[in-house]
Design a protein around this ligand. Structure first.
Ligand SMILES: Cc1cc2nc3c(=O)[nH]c(=O)nc-3n(C[C@H](O)[C@H](O)[C@H](O)COP(=O)(O)OP(=O)(O)OC[C@H]3O[C@@H](n4cnc5c(N)ncnc54)[C@H](O)[C@@H]3O)c2cc1C
Ligand code: FES
Ligand code: FES
Length: 1437
């Protein structure tokens, strides 16, 4: 029986101080859905919908009326259910400040530190930081100095460590956040717009936008406090949302539901489980169990800590840490501390703040979720309380996990962690010591990534007298998340170790048992790697007790560093602490050196990015932020899962008509006269939909249209496609098969690169050769934060307006017109800004916009789409995979004489831009002087989804292949790789030969000097020596260092521009290029201001603020072309300069005429303000008084010049004034004035141009990096990166710096982390943030030094500037090369251990895959390295 209590019949909460009261809501609605679809607060962005990116983070505030306290915490709004925020206050970045009322210092500092590019991640970043600031202010830490907060640098970094950004590379974001920290060294903060060179510390602090923590905005409005005092529980029936307040009530509720047959129920705690299981379904009833005191409290007693099942992970961490603070010396408390430390690596702060311990354990129990909590709590002997109907049970966690999956009515009530120093010990041994450690190996060290394996070990030890050896009295060893059903205790191993004196032999036997125990289930990825991790962890735990027993006599737990990696290290690694548990800050200070130039003011200045502040405040409007027009429908794609099959039909199951379904659009809906076309490049077209035959997995089969995006997304999940494969040829799923079946795309001869020299001669010159070595390169996904999106609105007279997030609106326009069979002038494509593109929103955005247009055309209603991440990943195609076979000839001194390559490129189904790939690959590969270069490149047509351009398409592969060849030669010759690189760098002459005369002037070949200055600035020799020393002294960590050059050829393309000067002198600019976050608008603004300033009137030097670049509109500015290839900013700038030059020429006669009349001509006066100023002046004149004739003449002259509107305006003032009265013959004067005024009248203040560049241009760039590799786990840590990048005379060094850092970090993703995996049918199987890992703050270089080199005048460039968007991505190959160097050291060591056992692995020659993920690295370092080491130890002792 439900307990009678007061409830509300409406859902009440506040957003940014505004009151929201809802009388009904679908209980499956998330906070994100509500905010985005029903409020004006669109800053919460949908990046993943699964808790993995942070784009949707909001601050949730709860008020406790009893304590009169507000609790503030971040939450992912994509997972938080709206009903669960009843009585809460939500703050988004709009709530912090805005362009009208003033920005918040967070917004201002994000802008000033250049921490926003596409801006899609920025609102979430700002809120994450704001929450950290708010909570830091609540601490009783000492008051910080003026302008700072109580936040620490480490907290500032952690605040954003779970937020993804694909553009910036994070360093600038981290600096913006750190600038608030009380302990920040202001001198350590990076480039920003607030400081000038040479400013003192005080001046710098004063120039930061002022922050006053005690004055911070209130997160909980007073009105809400009053209203929720009465009741905060919802009327259950109305909302299907139940809030039991006692266990008894929950029990009776569950019983009553049981009687109510067939109804589905869901127990809800934080609802973050939805992020993993992606339930979109609506349940009949939701039972929110967080209001039950037993389930929501933490109770401590001498036997341990009992945690209610709904207590959030963040609260548990806090409680466990608090416990530790009370009794610093208690060893049992150290167990709590280590559990807390481990829990801090689960997900990210904004997930932990709502995710409950109980939810986690139930997911582990019921659905085999790879939980960390289950493993660590298992090792410490935790118990759980469960309830099923009237039955309560208290059982060991181990038993709980082993039981069959709980039914939906069983409730986990509490979990208890015993206190270990009170539990007396596991044995009766006196004088025993306790040892506890937890482990996890995951792609990202700080968390936000599921582990490959986790482990927790608890051991009770004592010391043998007099030998001082260690006996393991007893131990509890748990392993989990490795692909078993649930975490396990390794019982046999525990039994084996109990009572043993620790020795190398015992450890060796123990490790054999681990190998026999930790066996991932079939289908688990990298099973051998996972088993080897288990061994590595146990070795890490126990081996210090054998090797260093003298050191652990006191305070075993406090002083014990189980981590052999830390013990191992005798070198003080320059300012980088490597043990992440002990890491104070993630990043150390970095240097940014900019070559500034004032020659073309304001071009060349590091001004802040246009629109950055409104991106931070959430006011910037992306396509999906445009409010839905009335009657709008929403689409979602059904994609093929088969590579080659007939499509017989599509139906929906279980319901034939899913909720809200409006239509299913296929190729059959293309109107007469239209074409089945989805995209187009100069090489061909791709159909919008498969017709009878689907030819690749991921191909679009249909477009489902429904009343909401959620319904459309749910409908495609229910779609069942009937395929038929009878009598079809097998699909082509490999490049080898494509070659065999001659399935190739033609490469136009003018695009096919030229061979260099005579390969036979080159080979004949060689002392040695490597023959037919192979490299394979995989794909990469764009992971723009904003997925593909479009909105199509039918307009009058058979027209269609399409808002598209596109890098190429012009071609999108053409495709839409062709698909609909209407003239081009009936279509208009509008693009304002794009939330990240990287090439993925060029060709691949076209079918998305076209499908919306087709559906809108057919249904005569607006249709929009925002792709879910999974479908986006399936359809995207991504980077081109390729297989390379090379033979290389070289001299004994390392000089290469000939390189022969066979390259097979997998282009997928359609040509897209793939025929460009041979040119791009070779362009970057030719960076070395290969002597003779010969190649055969085939672009293969396969039954994979079509690959498209991704940032540095082909170039990144080409540059990498070059490095792989160099590395291979060096290892065969046993030479330092760096020497082989140096010896093969081009001379100016060889460069000119390889690039067919494109090397410009000799002084413009800056690579050799950059190569040398990088060695000096990064102290390469010194650091190489340090690396050697480190490697000598450390067994389980190895380092590598690598310096690589790049030469990157880019091409300027024709681009249009249009500049118009409005009445008030403000300037509006349209360009062909699209703002993708790369700073195009900013550079264009600078260029417009610079070019117009040549009119040379007062104020024209300061036009920057008067310029606005507006959205691209394909009917307003035609021939926009592609925004791609790094150069669109430059060419757009040049187009704008041409327009401005035209305008200046038009205005010059007028300026000269005015110059004769006045001493000073203001810009505004020149254009129009002049009139207004005079109007105001005339108004103020009392013209009835005795004015001087001069003034009167002036007035009348001016009067004559005014247009009719203004004349009417001032007429009253001029009443009574006649020409005769001031002695002027009106007729002749007016005639004369009108004649001269004609200058003004005919000045067309709008100018268009089309910039057509002459030649291609090349770039010369360079870089160095250092990497450390952990041999037990395969984890790589990038300690330092130094880049020198030749930007010519940068148009904006701050923007270019952001491009360099961002591209480099995206390159780290390609080379080290990102696996874009497909199944055997070629269907993409990675679905989002859970499985696709882009770099986060904790995976970027710890120290990241970048020099933007100003290499002076380059005649052929736009104001001597060079592109920065793509080339720096290639530089990230250095991280891969440095990893290879570290692995080489590990393999040498392994060989020395193995030689005893007769094994002879070739240590130096091996291929390191791309990406070099942890399993890949570990495998090369030796999956059995621990065994080999122990065998070696046993043999030598
Ligand atoms: C992005 C992300 C990353 C993550 N990374 C990790 C990680 O690295 N390691 C790790 O261990 N975890 C990780 N998690 C999992 C996270 O810890 C769990 O999602 C979370 O703890 C579940 O708690 P919840 O309160 O949100 O549960 P809910 O989502 O509310 O519930 C989960 C399930 O359990 C049921 N349930 C909840 N409470 C009870 C109860 N008391 N009794 C019976 N049934 C109940 C619900 O009905 C539901 O079926 C991650 C989660 C996310 C979103
Ligand atoms: S959209 Fe919510 S975390 Fe990514
Ligand atoms: S600025 Fe961070 S994702 Fe673009």
């Amino acid at each position: 029986m439900a307990v009678e209590r007061e409830t509300r019949n409406s859902l009440l909460f506040a957003v940014n101080g505004e009151r929201f009261e809802l009388s009904s809501v679908d209980p499956s609605t998330t906070v994100l859905e509500f905010l985005r679809s029903q409020t004006r607060f669109k800053s919460v962005k949908l990046g993943c919908g699964e808790g993995g990116c942070g784009a949707c983070v909001v601050l949730l505030s709860k008020y406790d009326p009893v304590l009169d306290q507000v609790e503030d915490f971040t939450a992912s709004s994509c997972l938080t259910l709206l009903c669960s925020v009843n009585g809460c206050s939500i703050t988004t970045t709009e709530g912090l400040g805005n362009s009208r009322d003033g920005f918040h210092p967070i917004h201002q500092r994000f802008t000033g530190f250049h921490a926003s590019q596409c801006g899609f991640c920025t609102p979430g970043m700002c809120v994450s930081l704001f929450a950290a600031l708010v909570n830091a202010e609540k601490t009783n830490r000492p008051e910080p100095s003026l302008g700072f907060s109580k936040l620490t640098v480490s907290e500032a970094e952690k605040a954003i460590s779970g937020n993804l950004c694909r553009c910036t590379g994070y360093r600038s974001i981290a600096d913006a956040c750190k600038s608030f920290a009380a302990d920040a060294d202001i001198e350590d903060l990076g480039l920003n717009s607030f400081w000038r060179n040479g400013d003192s510390k005080e001046v710098k602090i004063n120039r930061l936008p002022f922050y006053n923590g005690s004055n911070e905005i209130s997160t909980f409005p007073e009105f809400l406090k009053k209203e929720i005092r009465s009741s905060r529980l919802l009327d259950s029936k109305r909302f299907s949302w139940y809030n039991p307040v006692s266990v008894k009530e929950l029990q009776s509720l569950l019983e009553s539901i049981e009687a109510d047959n067939g109804n589905s129920i869901k127990l809800v705690s934080g609802n973050t489980g939805m992020g993993y299981y992606k339930e979109l379904d609506r349940y009949d009833r939701y039972i929110d169990i967080r209001c039950i005191p037993e389930l929501s409290s933490i109770r401590k007693d001498p036997t341990g800590i009992e945690i209610g099942a709904t207590v959030t992970i963040s609260k548990v961490i806090e409680a466990l840490k608090k416990e530790n603070k009370c009794e610093v010396h208690s060893k049992g408390e150290m167990v709590f501390k280590k559990i807390a430390n481990h829990m801090e690596k689960i997900a990210s702060g904004f997930v932990r703040n709502t995710a409950s311990v109980g939810g986690n354990l139930v997911m582990a129990q019921r659905k085999h979720f790879p939980s960390d909590i289950a493993t660590i709590l298992l090792a410490v002997g935790s118990t759980v309380d469960i309830m099923n109907g009237p039955r309560h049970e208290n059982i060991m966690l181990e038993e709980f996990l082993e039981r069959p999956p709980l039914d939906s009515k069983t409730v986990l009530l509490t979990v208890k962690i015993p206190k270990w120093d009170r539990i007396k010990k596991m044995s009766c041994e006196t004088n025993s010591m306790l040892l506890f450690e937890t482990y996890r190996a995951a792609p990202r060290p700080l968390g936000n990534a599921l582990p490959y394996l986790n482990a927790a070990f608890l051991a009770e030890l004592s010391r043998c007298k007099p030998s001082d050896e260690i006996i393991i009295n007893n131990c509890q060893l748990a392993f989990g998340a490795y692909g078993a059903k649930h975490a396990i205790r390794a019982k046999k191993l525990e039994e084996f170790l109990a009572g043993k004196i620790l020795s190398v032999g015992v450890l060796y036997e123990a490790i054999k048992l681990v190998r026999a125990t930790v066996i991932p289930e079939d289908g688990t990825s990298s099973p051998a790697y996972r088993s080897s991790l288990a061994i590595g962890f146990l070795f890490d735990f126990l081996s210090p007790l054998i090797d260093n027993r003298g050191e652990i006599s006191n305070g075993l737990l406090d002083g014990y560093m189980s981590n052999v990696l830390v013990k191992d290290s005798k070198i003080n690694h320059n300012h980088v602490q490597l043990d992440h548990n002990k890491t104070r800050t993630l990043l150390s200070s970095a240097k940014q050196v900019l070559g500034l130039s004032t020659e073309y003011h304001p071009v060349g200045e590091p001004i802040t990015k246009s629109g950055a502040s409104i991106q931070a405040s959430g006011e910037a409007i992306y396509v999906d932020d445009i409010p839905s027009p009335a009657n709008c429908l929403y689409g979602s794609f059904i994609c093929s899962t088969k590579p080659l099959a007939r499509v017989k039909g599509i139906k929906f199951q279980p319901k034939p008509y899913p909720d809200g379904l409006a239509a299913v659009i296929t190729y059959k809906d293309i109107p007469t006269g239209g074409e089945n076309i989805g995209s187009k490049t100069i090489f061909g077209t791709e159909p919008l939909f498969a017709e009878e035959l689907t030819e690749c997995a991921g191909q679009r089969l249909a477009f489902v249209v429904a009343d909401t995006q959620k319904h459309a997304d749910m409908a495609i999940k229910c779609a069942v496609v009937d395929y038929d494969m009878e009598n079809l040829e097998p699909p082509i799923l490999s490049v080898e098969e494509a070659v065999k079946r001659s399935s190739l795309f033609e490469v136009p001869s003018f695009l096919y690169p030229k061979q260099v020299g005579d390969i036979l001669e080159g080979m004949a010159e060689a002392d040695q050769k490597i023959v037919s070595a192979e490299i394979k390169l995989g794909s990469q996904y764009y992971f723009y934060m904003e997925t593909q999106t479009a909105l199509a609105v039918p307009d009058e007279d058979n027209c269609m307006v399409v808002y598209s997030s596109s890098q190429v609106p012009e071609w999108t326009h053409i495709v839409i017109a062709r698909c609909l069979g209407i003239p081009d002038h009936n279509v208009r494509v509008i693009t304002r800004r794009v939330g990240g593109g990287f090439g993925g929103k060029a060709v691949k955005a076209m079918p998305v916009a076209t499908a919306c247009a087709l559906a809108a055309h057919k249904l005569r209603r607006p249709v929009r789409i925002y792709l879910d991440r999974k479908t986006d990943m399936i359809m995207a195609g991504g980077r081109h995979p390729m297989k390379i076979t090379y033979s290389v000839g070289f001299k004994s001194n390392g000089k290469i004489t000939a390189l022969q390559l066979d390259i097979l490129i997998d282009a997928g189904l359609s040509a897209d831009i793939s025929p460009m790939m041979p040119h791009n690959v070779m362009g970057a590969l030719k960076k070395y002087d290969w002597g003779a270069l010969s190649f055969d490149i085939k672009v293969c047509k396969t039954n994979h989804s079509s690959k498209s351009a991704m940032r540095a398409p082909g170039e990144v592969q080409g540059s990498f292949i070059a490095e792989a060849v160099i590395e291979h030669v060096a290892s065969v010759l046993s030479m330092e790789v760096d020497s082989v690189r140096s010896i093969n760098l081009h001379t100016y002459n060889s460069l000119n030969l390889f690039y067919e005369g494109g090397a410009d002037e000799p002084f413009e070949y800056t690579l050799p000097s950059i190569w040398d200055s990088l060695a000096a600035s990064s102290r390469l020799c010194h650091r190489t020596e340090m690396v050697k020393e480190f490697n000598r002294d450390n067994k389980w960590r190895k380092r590598g260092i690598s310096r690589i050059p790049i030469v990157h050829e880019v091409m300027l393309r024709p681009t249009p521009g249009k500049v118009s000067i409005l009445h008030d002198g403000s300037i509006v600019v349209e360009v062909g290029g699209i703002e993708l976050g790369q700073g195009l608008w900013t550079k264009v603004k600078q260029m417009a201001a610079f070019a117009l300033s040549s009119i040379k009137c007062d104020g024209a030097g300061d036009l920057l603020d008067k310029v606005r670049v507006i959205q691209s509109d394909t009917l307003s500015l035609i021939q926009g072309g592609f925004t791609a290839g790094s150069t669109t900013s430059e060419s757009s700038c040049e187009a704008v300069r041409l327009c401005c030059n035209i305008l200046v020429e038009r205005l010059r006669p007028l300026r000269e005429r005015l110059q004769e009349q006045m001493d000073s001509i203001q810009w505004a006066m020149l254009i129009d303000q002049r009139k207004k100023d005079l109007v105001d002046g005339v108004r103020e004149l009392d013209i009835t008084t005795e004015d001087s004739t001069e003034i009167r003449v002036h007035i009348v002259q001016f009067y004559a010049q005014l247009d009719l509107e203004i004349r009417a305006h001032i007429c009253p003032t001029l009443d009574g004034l006649s020409f005769n009265s001031i002695g002027i013959d009106e007729g002749s004067w007016l005639k004369r004035e009108f004649e001269s005024e004609a200058h003004l009248q005919v000045v067309n203040l709008s100018a268009s141009s089309y910039f057509v560049p002459d030649l291609t241009s090349m770039r010369y760039l360079n870089y160095g990096a250092a990497v450390e590799v952990n041999l037990l786990t395969g984890e790589t840590t990038i300690l330092q990166t130094d880049i020198i990048y030749d930007c010519g005379q940068s148009l904006n060094p701050a923007v270019d710096l952001g491009q360099i850092e961002g591209a480099f970090v995206q390159g780290i993703g390609f080379f080290m982390l990102e696996e874009y995996l497909t199944n055997s049918n070629g269907l993409v199987v990675v679905e989002g943030t859970w499985t696709y890992k882009i770099p986060t703050l904790d995976t970027i270089p710890k120290q990241f030094n970048v020099q933007v080199l100003n290499s002076g005048h380059h005649q052929k460039r736009v104001l001597s500037s060079k592109a920065s968007g793509e080339p720096p991505l290639l530089l990230a190959a250095s991280v891969h090369c440095a990893t290879r160097a570290a692995i080489k050291e590990a393999r040498k060591q392994l060989l020395s251990w193995s030689s005893q056992s007769g094994s002879t692995t070739n240590s130096t020659t091996f291929q390191l895959e791309v990406p070099a993920t942890m399993p890949v690295v570990k495998e090369l370092c030796g999956l059995e390295s621990v065994e080999r080491y122990l065998e070696w130890s046993m043999g030598t002792k």
